[in-house]
Every structure is written in structure tokens, then in C-alpha cells.
Design a binder for this molecule. Structure first.
Ligand code: GLV
Ligand code: MN
Ligand code: MN
Length: 406
């Protein structure tokens, strides 16, 4: 029987973390750079220190705890994120961080020091709900983002990210751009229905689909709802609604395409006033980069046409662009072998959700593993993964890391 993590301790840790930012219905709200987000990170940092890890924090709050190996050199890193969507669950992101710490605790108790150093990372702002882009922490970690530009980012509540960093004290002095990495492995809940429907415990993830986030702002003219003839309107609300409907329509005609309008606001927002302003966002995903781009181009073309016909001004902005990735075959195979060694059923799959691993993949050999989400539900307070599946994921993570760090 291979070494196992302490399943009770891990599930208890997840429950303890879920109390921070708890919301009605059993969910969690720890939007990035809020006090709740900071409290969640403090909780994890304290766990890292209790494990004797060397704690490092960068200028936007990415948190990494390092455990030395028998030799110096490139690190085998695991981890995920601690922020949540605005109405999220207890497992998205949290599982990968807490399972990483549980793996290190298990090795500690077993008196095992791996040849290579190990690390657990908690990336900031993976969800991008309050400040875009999403996966911001891992993008910064990889060296893609300029600190001043990140700090100047304005959130949905009108505050800047920099002010929130200063208020919460989340920033630290470290820089991870030169951190030598042997591999990165991220454990996550599947968030979809495939594993449960197939009756399989471990998803061996070999790639992630691409993500585009687009924003449309419409400027029309407000006027009286009863008096203004239909052919003399500059109705920003109508244009926004037409774009939203087209998002669904186009997605049905492009293979592999998923598309969501998650925000749609009209102003001034009264029943008998034609809206003069509207804003909506489109979340577009496809495993194929060419089809994803086609979706975006056709949507923008439609938006420009409908705006011109209505005589309103249209502004368009790309908020995030994360290309699809294929994961490293050696790391994928190590996960598969670990699942086999632990005696769990497993299958290969592509991730529909975006992840920090998608960004790390161009920095070092990277892959992910999934455990089942009951009912395929995520980004919702009812998100749930069974305690035995939580433990299974952590066990496979443990053995994958041992292999990569040997
Ligand atoms: C991250 O949770 C995503 O939006 O896929
Ligand atoms: Mn996540
Ligand atoms: Mn998420």
C-alpha cells in the first residue's frame, strides 16, 4: 500500500478555509484583493510557516512556500489559487493549495526528503472577477505583466488594484521570474460532469482550452419610452441585447465553441427610459485557437453592424486572452502512473476551465489532475467534491510529486 495523505486532516483544512468569506448556501466569496482574500492567504501562510517552509511573496501577493530537497536545484511546484468568483464554492482553487500543503505534511511525517526541493504556490487573482485579466497572478509570476500597469488596474468597484494591495498588505519583496522550476502540477476539481458520468476518480489533464474575454460598451441616447418612435431610437439596451443573443447564436455554429454573457448592464435602468448606455462581457472558449479567433471576429463584426444600424457608438476591448495549451507528456504520464499505483480509475481529458497551470505550462513542464465535481457544478455555492475524492486527488498528487522530485 503506497504512502497516503491524511484524508481527514485535508478535508478539515478545506472546511476551515471555507469559513473565510463564507456566504449563504455553503459557498465562499473571496474576491481577489479583498480583506477575505487576504485572510485566506494569511491562513495558508500560517500553515506554510507551521510546516517550516521558506515563505516568499512577490509584489502582487503570489505566495510560495518552499521545502528544501536533498540537493539544490530546480523545484517541483504544486498549488493553485485562493481567490474565488463572486458567488463560488469551497473547492475551486482551494483544493490545489490545501492538498499541496497536505502532501508536504505527509512527507514530513514519513521522514521523507525528496532529492529536489518542493514548493506550494497560491497564485493571486486567478478568477479575474474583480480585476481583469484572470490568471493574473500566474501571468505576473511568469513575467508577462508590468507591475505599474497591474497596480493601475481598475476593478468593478472603481478602486485600483494597487490601493487594494497597499490596504491589505498582500504584497511582498520577492520576485519569482528567476525561480528555477523542474515541473508544476496542479490538482483541481473537474468543475464539469465527465468524471462523475464516467464513474472515474482521476482526470489526467493533457490540455486546457483557450479563453477570450471581450467587453462591449454602447453609448446611445436616452429618451421617453412611450413617445419616441421606434425608428428614431438610439437604444443602447437593444444593441447590447442583440449582441448577447448573437453570442449564443454564433457559439452554436462554431465547433467546440462555448460562450457566455456573464454581465449585462443598462443605464439609467428605469422601466420607462430608453437606455443610453450599456455594457456587456463575453467569455469565449474553444480548444482550437483558430476557431476561437473566428468566434471573436464574427461577434465583433455583428456588434459593429447592429450598432451602426441603431446609430449608437460602440467601444470594444479585449480583457483577457489565454491561448489553449497542451501539457507536458512526461508530467501527464507521471500523473497517470501515480493514479495507477494508487489503484484509482483514471482517464485523460481536456480542461474546459482556465487554470494557472495553463500559464505555467510555457515556463516549465506542467500538467494537471482533476477529481470529480458532484453534478458537474462549479462557480456556484453548491460546488461539491466528495471527501474520498479529495483524498484520492491528494494521494495522486503526492506520488506524482515524488516521482518528479526523485
Ligand atoms: C476560471 O475559473 C475560469 O473562468 O475558467
Ligand atoms: Mn480554479
Ligand atoms: Mn474558478
Amino acid at each position: 500500500m503506497p504512502l497516503r495523505v491524511n484524508a481527514d486532516r485535508l478535508n478539515q483544512s478545506l472546511a476551515d478555509l471555507a469559513r473565510i468569506g463564507a456566504i449563504d448556501g455553503g459557498g465562499v466569496c473571496r474576491l481577489a484583493f479583498t480583506d477575505e482574500d487576504k485572510a485566506g492567504r494569511d491562513f495558508v501562510e500560517a500553515r506554510m510557516r507551521a510546516l517550516g517552509l521558506e515563505v516568499r511573496i512577490d509584489a502582487i501577493g503570489n505566495l510560495v512556500g518552499i521545502r528544501p530537497g536533498r540537493e539544490e536545484g530546480p523545484i517541483v511546484m504544486t498549488g493553485s489559487h485562493l481567490d474565488t468568483v463572486g458567488r463560488g464554492g469551497r473547492y475551486d482553487g482551494a483544493l490545489g493549495v490545501m492538498a499541496g500543503l497536505e502532501v508536504l505534511a505527509t512527507l514530513q511525517e514519513a521522514g521523507i526528503t525528496t532529492r529536489r526541493p518542493l514548493a506550494v504556490a497560491a497564485f493571486v487573482n486567478e478568477e479575474g472577477n474583480r480585476f481583469t485579466p484572470d490568471v493574473m497572478g500566474s501571468l505576473f509570476f511568469r513575467g508577462d505583466l508590468d507591475l505599474d500597469a497591474v497596480r493601475a488596474t481598475v476593478g468593478i468597484d472603481g478602486t485600483t488594484l494597487g490601493d487594494n494591495l497597499d490596504r491589505t498588505g498582500m504584497a511582498g519583496p520577492d520576485d519569482f521570474r528567476d525561480l528555477p522550476l523542474r515541473a508544476f502540477v496542479e490538482l483541481h476539481i473537474e468543475q464539469g460532469p465527465v468524471l462523475e458520468e464516467d464513474g472515474v476518480t482521476i482526470g489526467v489533464v493533457d490540455g486546457v482550452q483557450g479563453i477570450l474575454w471581450h467587453e462591449f460598451r454602447v453609448q446611445g441616447a436616452s429618451n421617453h419610452a412611450g413617445v419616441t418612435p421606434m425608428d428614431r431610437r438610439q437604444d443602447a439596451g437593444f444593441v447590447a441585447a442583440a449582441i448577447a443573443a448573437q453570442v449564443r447564436h454564433l457559439a452554436r455554429s462554431i465547433r467546440g465553441q462555448r460562450a457566455t454573457v456573464g454581465t449585462l448592464e443598462v443605464e439609467p435602468g428605469y422601466i420607462n427610459i430608453i437606455p443610453d448606455r450599456a455594457r456587456l462581457t463575453a467569455d469565449l472558449r474553444n480548444p482550437d485557437a483558430v476557431r476561437l479567433r473566428e468566434m471573436a471576429v464574427r461577434l465583433l463584426g455583428f456588434a459593429q453592424e447592429v450598432a451602426a444600424a441603431e446609430g449608437v457608438a460602440l467601444e470594444h476591448r479585449e480583457l483577457a486572452h489565454i491561448p489553449p495549451v497542451r501539457f507536458d507528456e512526461e508530467v501527464v504520464a507521471a500523473i497517470e502512473q501515480a493514479a495507477k499505483a494508487c489503484g484509482y480509475t483514471h482517464r485523460r481529458m481536456t480542461s474546459g476551465a482556465g487554470h494557472d497551470a495553463q500559464i505555467l505550462a510555457t515556463r516549465c513542464p506542467t500538467a494537471m489532475l482533476f477529481v470529480p465535481s458532484v453534478g458537474g457544478v462549479s462557480h456556484d455555492v453548491t460546488e461539491y467534491t466528495r471527501p474520498e475524492d479529495v483524498a484520492a486527488g491528494a494521494n495522486v498528487l503526492l506520488h506524482t510529486i515524488r516521482t518528479l522530485a526523485a
